[in-house]
Design a protein around this ligand. Structure first.
Ligand code: NAP
Length: 285
């Protein structure tokens, strides 16, 4: 098992980062958590100074500009946070001899494939968010020989805002829900992803690896499952197209990630997304 003592979670107040920080703190009491209030990853000098002060032996970057639609009108900021920030982190990781885990996304793909995306498939982003995230992936790969790039999709978790809470709150307001039915992907529970990242670190896994919960659905199916599991099946959900929703950013129509590599590394598939969703809904209001 690979040894490390001082992991640092960048973005430890976000949906994934908060979960990861919680899990790591129990296993590795010296775990450090930083977020935008303590450090801005777009400021190269600050990244160097703060990380040199803490001297982590593992850096896990969960910080990102994740508001996909806002990225369209804030291209420069998206590229600074999602593209340049990871480069600065990778440079400091190289200097400190620390391992770097960086988070990637299914939105680097155009969604035209008809079978699950493999780690080595050619990225072709169709949004500013996807382009900026791809720039970050490339920066990490150019800077470091050893890195772990974990590619995930459709995150949901205890910490909001996320799709699960959005559906529940709209349903409680008595609204008729309209949810897109022509984008298909794999929902991923932040708890399952965070636990897996820790395992992959302990196994010293390197390169690119996909992780999402098993199975796939459309956002419409996902919304219906949320309501069913919460005993609110009577709430009406209307399927609509992406064109009808007319969001600023385009999203891939099909962005299911292949789980072959994670299965071979861990010896089993992740649990199905419905089981993970049921667990979240049993603890969330
Ligand atoms: N959410 C998804 O569905 C999804 C899907 C696939 C991949 N991913 C990737 O998974 C990772 C984690 O996503 P998430 O949903 O957990 O993200 P999140 O909840 O948005 O958390 C990101 C954190 O980073 C912080 N941050 C933003 N700009 C920063 C900066 N310049 N310097 C330092 N910190 C900064 C954010 O602060 P503010 O909240 O104040 O901005 C937030 O606390 C990201 O790399 C994301 O691209 C997410």
């Amino acid at each position: 098992m690979a040894r490390f003592e001082r992991p640092l979670v960048m973005g430890h107040k976000g949906m994934l980062g908060s979960q990861l920080y919680l899990i790591l703190r129990k296993l590795y009491p010296a775990t450090i958590g930083l977020d935008i209030e303590e450090i801005d990853i777009t400021d190269q000098k600050q990244v160097e100074d703060v990380l040199s002060h803490f001297r982590p032996d593992v850096i896990i970057n969960c910080a990102a500009y994740t508001r996909v639609d806002d990225c369209e009108s804030n291209r420069e900021l998206a590229f600074r946070v999602n593209g340049e920030g990871p480069r600065y982190l990778a440079q400091v990781a190289a200097r400190l001899n620390a391992r770097l885990v960086h988070m990637s996304t299914d939105y680097i793909f155009d969604g035209r494939k008809r079978s699950p995306y493999l780690e080595e498939d050619q990225p072709r982003p169709i949004s500013v968010y996807g382009e900026s995230k791809l720039r970050g992936d490339e920066a990490v790969r150019e800077t470091l020989n050893d890195y772990l790039l974990v590619r995930t999709s459709w995150l949901f978790g205890v910490k909001g805002p996320n799709f699960v809470y959005a559906i529940l709150s709209q349903a409680r307001e008595g609204k008729t829900l309209k949810v897109v039915n022509d984008q298909v992907g794999s929902p991923t529970y932040a708890v399952d992803l965070a636990r897996t990242i820790v395992k992959l670190l302990e196994l010293n896994c390197q390169g690119i690896i996909n992780f999402c919960n098993y199975g796939y659905c459309s956002w419409f199916d996902f919304a219906r499952a949320i309501l069913r599991l919460k005993g609110m099946s009577q709430v009406e959900v209307q399927p609509i197209t992406s064109q009808q929703l007319n969001c600023p950013a385009r999203r891939p129509r099909f962005s299911v990630l292949s789980l072959s590599r994670i299965k071979s590394v861990l010896g089993a598939y992740p649990r199905p997304w419905e089981a993970a969703l049921a667990e979240l809904l049993s603890i969330a209001n």
